[in-house]
Write a protein that binds this ligand. Structure first.
Ligand SMILES: CC(C)(COP(=O)(O)OP(=O)(O)OC[C@H]1O[C@@H](n2cnc3c(N)ncnc32)[C@H](O)[C@@H]1OP(=O)(O)O)[C@@H](O)C(=O)NCCC(=O)NCCS
Length: 412
């Protein structure tokens, strides 16, 4: 173990680090994928473990993207989007992951980043370093042609080539970004990757792009989707559409885009990952036209600086409370201790205090509460949040809860 060095990626070693995460995730070798990934994951955002000195073999890696994340109330906060975490199978369970995470999170804190987020291939390993599950998605398969209760508004729709869409989609995405907590900002390089030719989990490959035009103050929106008929037998019984994302700043644009997606000729089912409270179900005359296919976790949130993080969001109800937060992974960091939170719909103040806490929780549970998608009463029932009284837990639940629920459409 002692011959392992943790530090920044040395110049010229990006491909070595990509190789470590590629092996970890069991991906196939595809040089163009490495290139597309390098468009967005730049060298100085990587921390690596090398064996036999800083120039030795790379055996572990982790990276991050600098995002701004929407928080309840529509504001946003700088976050580090942790990605490409991997340790070679030959070097697992020697504490390399833990050391990489320590270094990476120390760097975030030193750089003034108040919150880190990730989506996990292995959801069990991040709780111990302070991440809490904060958003979930529903996978649905909707019967094509399913009727709506209320006719969707008529909007000008136009198809675009992916190559031209990089000029148009970013502004529509930005207009919709404040709507849902958990939405990530996207750089120009991210758009190039998402709409670029190389297909990988984070984006790319061929998408159909449909843009809904503006209507008065409504800037419009867009949907990205892929038809499964592209790659299958043309005589197959089922032609399906898989939606990558529907982006709309208003319910009217959301309805218009979904009406479009459900009315494409020859298609029998439309599959999508939706926010837990997506209104699509409630448009449908026959709710069983929407077949739930499953649900899953997506964003995990790790608070690094409690006062900065809690002041960045707004709250659904007034609250004045002392929160005791434990952080075993970074006990000397700015997330551990007692904090007085005075907050409401108009904003918040949050300061360290020596007063006795009214509620106590781990920093992972606070991460789960942060985006407003989890009810503090449910966490209390699971023994993850404790309080002086049920009334105090109720107050936390009312203040922290957000409508709309958090959702993140960016794969990172
Ligand atoms: C998951 C992975 C990063 C762990 O790396 P590692 O260097 O073996 O982990 P460590 O030795 O530092 O273990 C740290 C702790 O996590 C635990 N742990 C690590 N991987 C675990 C797993 N898959 N399941 C359960 N616990 C795990 C260890 O037991 C250890 O516990 P402790 O702190 O109580 O001692 C590595 O196995 C890997 O790259 N896997 C494939 C890719 C992947 O899953 N990436 C991360 C998901 S996004």
């Amino acid at each position: 173990m002692d011959n392992i060095t943790i530090g920044p990626l040395a110049p010229g070693r990006w491909l070595d680090s990509f190789e470590v995460s590629r092996i970890g995730f069991g991906d196939r070798v595809a040089p163009e994928v490495a290139e597309a990934e390098h468009q967005v994951l730049v060298d100085d955002r990587l921390v690596v473990a090398t064996e036999g000195g800083p120039d030795g073999n790379l055996v572990g890696t982790c990276g991050s993207y600098p995002f701004a994340m929407t928080v309840p109330g529509g504001g946003s906060i700088p976050v580090a989007g942790v990605t490409n975490v991997g340790v070679l199978p030959t070097h697992r369970r020697r504490g390399i992951f833990r050391r990489l995470m320590q270094r990476q999170h120390d760097d975030f804190a030193a750089g003034g980043v108040p919150v880190a987020v990730l989506n996990a291939s292995d959801a069990s390993i991040y709780g111990r370093i302070g991440y809490g599950m904060a958003s979930r998605w529903n996978l649905v398969r909707v019967r094509s042609g399913a009727a709506f209760h209320t006719a969707a508004p008529t909007r000008d729709l136009r198809m675009m080539r992916s190559a031209d869409a990089t000029e148009v989609l970013p502004a529509l995405y930005e207009a919709a970004r404040p709507v849902r907590p958990g939405t990530m900002s996207r750089s120009a390089a991210w758009w190039e990757m998402l709409l670029g030719p190389t297909e990988m989990w984070k984006g790319g490959g061929h998408y159909e792009v449909v843009v809904a035009g503006p209507d008065g103050d409504d800037p419009g929106g867009y949907a990205l989707y892929r038809s499964s008929s592209l790659n299958v037998d043309p005589f197959a019984e089922q032609l399906g559409v898989v939606v990558r994302e529907v982006v709309a700043a208003t319910p009217a644009t959301h309805a218009a885009l979904w009406r479009y997606l459900l009315d494409i000729d020859l298609v029998q089912t439309v599959e999508a990952r939706l926010a837990e409270d997506d209104p699509l179900l409630w448009h449908l005359v026959d709710p069983r036209a929407l077949g739930p296919q499953g649900s899953g976790d997506y964003l995990f949130v790790r608070i690094l600086d409690v006062p900065v993080a809690l002041c960045a969001r707004s709250y659904s109800a007034d609250i004045d409370i002392v929160m005791g937060v434990s952080d075993h992974f970074r006990p000397d960091g700015a997330a551990a201790g007692s904090f007085r939170l005075q907050a409401g719909p108009g904003g918040a103040s949050c300061e360290p205090t020596t007063a006795e806490p009214d509620v106590v929780m781990g920093v992972d549970a606070l991460g789960s509460l942060y985006l407003g998608g989890v009810d503090a009463r449910v966490l209390a029932a699971a023994g993850r949040v404790g309080g002086r009284s049920p009334a105090v837990i109720d107050a936390v639940a009312r203040a922290f809860r957000s409508s709309p629920a958090p959702f993140c459409a960016t794969h990172f």
